[in-house]
Design a protein around this ligand. Structure first.
Ligand code: ATP
Length: 259
């Protein structure tokens, strides 16, 4: 069984009068294995965010099927869907989305707090995850007292602390400088390796994408190509750049070249 299976997923946006406006996804098929780290790339407007939002159940698809860990979340009633999102999904956003009124440690614990997990179990989990993320010494700090890279690592902690079926990340390095981006990508990779977290990440950044096991390219709402990483991340980075240059798109789609 796959952790994520999307079959023939289409999404048509309609305008306020109900008339068809944009075919954002046109029959997308994607299968992701447990423990896989998959990147999604493509030019601006190609449908990446729409795909992620549909998988995240933030948005409804027009047709097709989505299975996450064997369930079809789009078929669930409102209450079960809310529970499904809390327990089966983890989210990482470009702007971290941490709560400023809580400490870094409290932010990390949120998914467990919401499920009423006993305090000693929460503390144990927090210690374990904070150590993997390298943020043990900032758990008592407020969100505005830490760097962007540290905030994003805390957000990754929050996304995985409840062991969701899949972590969905939308441009996790979009607001970070190159050094912090590198730390955040190394952290995601570590979480993927050490906790067997299944991750799907949308990114414009070929450097970030080079940390994935596989990168799926979409253009104009359709799958264009996918490539797998071998042993060498630098070679994979170059392959990603090559596919992106074939795909075209505006230059802002490609971030500054980094080693
Ligand atoms: N709420 C919406 N209503 C109508 N059209 C939309 C809506 N959201 C997205 N679209 C359109 O759907 C298409 C895909 O958009 P989407 O945001 O998924 O692309 P993207 O690949 O994530 O782009 P970017 O890289 O610029 O974020 C675009 O043509 C966009 O204009």
């Amino acid at each position: 069984m796959f952790m994520l299976e999307a079959n023939n997923v289409s999404k048509i946006y309609c305008n306020s009068k109900g008339a068809m406006e944009t075919k954002a996804l046109k029959g997308i098929d994607i299968k992701v294995e447990k423990g896989e780290f998959v990147g999604v790339m493509g030019p601006s407007g190609s449908g990446k965010t729409t795909l992620l939002n549909v998988i995240a159940t933030i948005d409804r698809m027009t047709s097709g099927e989505i299975y996450i860990n064997g369930s079809q979340p789009h078929e669930l009633k409102k209450r079960e869907l809310a529970k499904f999102r809390r327990t089966e999904l983890g989210f990482v956003f470009q702007n971290f989305n941490l709560l400023d009124t809580l400490t870094i440690g409290e932010n990390m614990l949120l998914p467990l707090t919401l499920e009423g997990i006993p305090v000693n179990v929460m503390k144990h989990k927090q210690r374990e995850i904070a150590q993997i993320l390298g943020i043990t010494d900032i758990l008592e700090k407020r969100t505005y007292e830490v760097s962007g890279g540290q905030a994003q690592r805390a957000a990754i902690g929050r996304a995985i602390i409840h062991s969701p079926s899949i972590v969905l990340a939308d441009e996790p390095t979009g607001n970070l400088d190159s050094k912090s981006s590198q730390t955040v990508m190394e952290t995601l990779q570590k979480i993927n390796h050490e906790k067997q977290a299944t991750i799907m990440m949308v990114t414009h950044d070929p450097f970030a994408a080079s940390y994935c096991d596989r990168v799926i390219f979409i253009t104009d709402g359709e799958l264009y190509n996918q490539i797998y990483k071998g042993d060498n991340r630098s070679a994979f980075y170059q392959e990603i750049i090559n596919v992106l240059s074939m795909l075209g798109g505006s230059t802002h789609d490609f971030s500054a070249i980094r080693p």
